[in-house]
Design a protein around this ligand. Structure first.
Ligand SMILES: [Mn+2]
Length: 357
């Protein structure tokens, strides 16, 4: 991103400098894709600080930053303190939600006359509206996820463990262009599917199970995320009922998404459908979240998130019903917000899928 935006931001909130520490913000602002660096930005200098393991790499990827190599004699805190002093800076903003308390104490200790201002997640806000280039990377990541779903439907059969299924999904994504996973793959079968974020275990899938698979991958730095729930053998009446309600709630929410819509209202649409059907107490989490360089970003589609959606934000829409000792269903798509609606990046089938092997 252009440095002028950050300099303007500093002026707006009356700060002399900013210390960027989140690996996602460092990457977004500087272009450096390594995971160990700080950015020091003032109107007088823009410096990427890293250690000798990353110096050459950082120089090859950053255009607008001077790369400064720290070492044991010149640690981050000393170098930053020197920059603040040379810049006559009275204040510096820092990412208090991203830094270790012990590191913050070190920085403050070395620059006792400088005011350290908590920025919370203000720098993350620059990443909310995606560029065309970012959307195309998210789309590629999601295409790999959808292809993995097609693959796993051919692979799935009774007797496989959740771990085996998760590994197959992960291998498929890695072999087809993903650099890594965007989060730990969830494969939850039978009663385990009542736990929204269950870890795959050694339970073998069998007739009568729901199997919920929630996974995503990273392509060129950008995340994807999707969930499908399938049936092993013919579903019973209650399973069908729950599945149909979740799908109806998801479709209703999807049809409401567009620029200008309030996030909590979209959540409410899905939540009301589930509650009216009598399952309100079994849908505890928010309806969705944004993603990008990181898997969980703002905006969120949740009951208390009252901001408006804007064009080219991306959000997941993932209602669920989870009944202890019975099982659960979640269906998740990933969409790009447009002026008049949304563009669904997830192409996998959402009709009831019955695995008969
Ligand atoms: Mn998700």
């Amino acid at each position: 991103m252009c440095i002028e935006k950050i300099i303007d931001f500093l002026k707006d909130i009356n700060l002399d400098a900013v210390l960027v520490s989140s690996i996602y913000n460092c990457r977004y602002i500087s272009g450096f894709t390594g995971d160990t660096s700080y950015l020091y930005i003032s109107s007088k200098r823009q410096v990427l600080l890293t250690d000798s393991r990353y110096t050459t790499w950082a120089k090859s990827e950053t255009k607008n930053f001077d790369v400064y190599e720290i070492n044991a004699e010149n640690p981050y805190s000393d170098v930053i303190a020197a920059f603040l002093s040379e810049d006559n800076a009275a204040s510096i903003g820092f990412e208090n939600r991203q830094m270790l308390y012990s590191d913050v104490m070190k920085f403050m200790d070395k620059a006792p006359n400088v005011e350290f201002i908590e920025l919370d997640d203000k720098l993350d806000e620059f990443r909310q509206i995606k560029t065309a280039d970012e959307i195309s990377k998210i789309k590629c990541a999601q295409e790999i996820g959808d292809a993995a779903f097609t693959h796993i439907l051919k692979f799935l059969k009774e007797g496989q463990t959740e771990e085996e299924i998760a590994l197959e999904i992960e291998m498929y994504m890695r072999k087809n262009g993903a650099s890594k996973l965007s989060f730990e793959t969830i494969v939850a079968s039978g009663p385990n599917s009542a736990m929204p974020h269950a870890a795959p275990g050694n339970r073998k899938i069998r007739k009568g199970d729901f199997v919920t698979m929630d996974y995503g991958c990273i392509f060129d730095g950008y995340c994807s995320d999707m969930t499908r729930t399938v049936f092993i053998g013919a579903p019973n009446k209650r399973q069908c009922e729950i599945y149909d309600i979740v799908l109806r709630a998801q479709n209703a929410a999807l049809s409401e998404i567009c620029e200008g819509k309030i996030c909590s209202e979209i959540d409410k649409t899905a939540r009301d459908i589930i509650a009216d059907a009598g399952f309100g107490e079994y849908f505890g989490h928010g309806l969705g979240h944004s993603l990008g360089l990181f898997i969980h970003e703002e905006p969120r589609l949740s009951p208390k998130y009252n901001k408006e959606l804007k064009e080219n934000m991306v959000v997941t829409v993932e209602p669920g019903i989870y009944i202890p000792d019975f099982g659960g269903v979640r269906i998740e798509d990933l969409v790009v917000v447009t002026k008049n609606g949304c563009n669904n990046l997830t192409s996998s089938n959402k009709e009831k899928i019955i695995v008969e092997k």
